[in-house]
Write a protein that binds this ligand. Structure first.
Ligand SMILES: NC(=O)c1ccc[n+]([C@@H]2O[C@H](COP(=O)([O-])OP(=O)(O)OC[C@H]3O[C@@H](n4cnc5c(N)ncnc54)[C@H](OP(=O)(O)O)[C@@H]3O)[C@@H](O)[C@H]2O)c1
Length: 325
């Protein structure tokens, strides 16, 4: 099995693997086998979400890995996320229970609020997995008048029940977190954000660390997973083919993807790359036991361009919401 390194979460002392596996855009038909392979390959952190529409199959892959003795449940770190349509205080717990049922698990290791955006509710009995940003059949995005504070209180209750060992947030900015820190009884353990050399968000990351909150990076390879969705991604130079990344990779005899992932894990930022390809899945775990040097880090720092690909203002989302402004 590939080597693994960890960061420790403040409240529980749980060890969160620095290299995990993401489940976005894995078709349900491929998903059980993919998750089983990922665990067999050495991944111990799995990043799932209600909106990915594949939690039943994620759960089957986990179940198979445990049944075949590849891993024990306590060696896995399972992350999942509450979708925007279930922020209301009456809807958080039923949505979470539905996820546990679909995943076939007694508990998750980390439960995140996916976005700080309450969207109009659709009952589970009416549609599940939930609709995306627009209610099914709607042509306009509708908010729900539901404060994050109410949602977080329900998430805290899930943590108190032990069904989610740790709780956290995703796509939150400093202002939203600052507010949260005034009312929370359990502080978020993790913030998951888009993070790659084109979007380094150094001030956000440094501030979050000072609060004792760990960072998990999504879309570590930058534009590649947004090519079919967003114009910005099509216009950006592919990160894996960028001269700076390629020359660092050649210097260390590593792949460009390993350089991009190492850049995060070396700074204790968790990565969750997704790959359906066995060779790439294995390569993406090759991020321990070697280091980028100061000149590499300086060269990568120079690539920061404030380029966000998972941008709610992109036409692909169909909503009028400049969430990150
Ligand atoms: N919280 C949020 O809002 C949010 C948003 C986006 C993503 N996420 C999470 O973050 C995870 C990862 O982000 P992501 O899915 O956007 O993208 P990613 O992992 O940065 O990139 C995935 C893409 O890169 C390709 N790839 C993977 N390894 C490669 C390698 N070694 N060489 C060349 N190509 C490679 C994959 O293709 P192949 O499969 O063909 O290898 C796929 O097209 C998601 O799965 C999800 O769990 C969270």
């Amino acid at each position: 099995m590939a080597a693994q390194e960890y960061v420790t979460l403040e409240r529980t002392g749980d060890k969160m693997p620095l290299a995990g596996f993401g489940c976005w855009k894995i078709a349900p038909t491929d998903c059980e086998a993919t998750i089983f392979n990922a665990i067999k390959t050495g991944y111990r952190l799995i990043d799932s979400a209600q909106i990915y529409g594949n939690e039943v199959e994620v759960g089957l892959g986990i179940k198979k890995a445990i049944a075949e003795g590849v891993v024990k449940r306590e060696e896995l770190f399972i992350v999942t996320k509450l979708w925007n349509t279930y922020h209301h205080k009456d809807h958080v717990r039923p949505a979470f229970d539905k996820q546990l049922e679909e995943l076939g698990l007694d508990y998750v290791d980390l439960y995140l609020i996916h976005f700080p955006v309450p969207c109009e509710y659709t009952p589970i009995a009416e549609a599940y997995p939930p609709p995306g940003w627009l209610k099914n059949g709607a042509d306009k995005f509708n908010y729900e008048r539901s404060p994050i504070q109410d949602c977080w209180r329900e998430i805290e209750k899930i943590a108190e029940s032990g069904k989610a060992r740790n709780i956290g947030i995703s796509n939150f900015n400093v202002q939203t977190m600052l507010d949260m820190l005034t009312y929370c009884t359990i502080k978020p353990a993790v913030l998951q954000i888009e993070h790659h050399p084109y979007l380094q968000q150094k001030r956000l990351v440094d501030w979050v660390w000072k609060q004792g909150i760990q960072i998990m990076a999504y879309s570590s390879f930058g534009p590649i997973s947004y090519l079919e969705m967003t114009g910005t991604a099509k216009d950006a130079a592919p990160l894996m083919e960028h001269d700076v990344i390629k020359s660092i990779a050649a210097k260390h005899n590593k792949t460009a993807s390993q350089v991009l992932l190492r850049w995060s894990v070396q700074r204790n930022i968790v990565v969750i790359p997704k790959s359906l390809n066995q060779g790439r899945m294995e390569a993406n775990l090759g991020v321990f036991g070697w280091s980028l040097d100061e000149s590499d880090l300086k060269a990568i720092a120079g690539l920061d361009a404030g380029l966000r690909f998972n941008d709610t203002m992109e036409p692909a989302y169909g909503i009028d919401l400049p969430l990150f402004d």
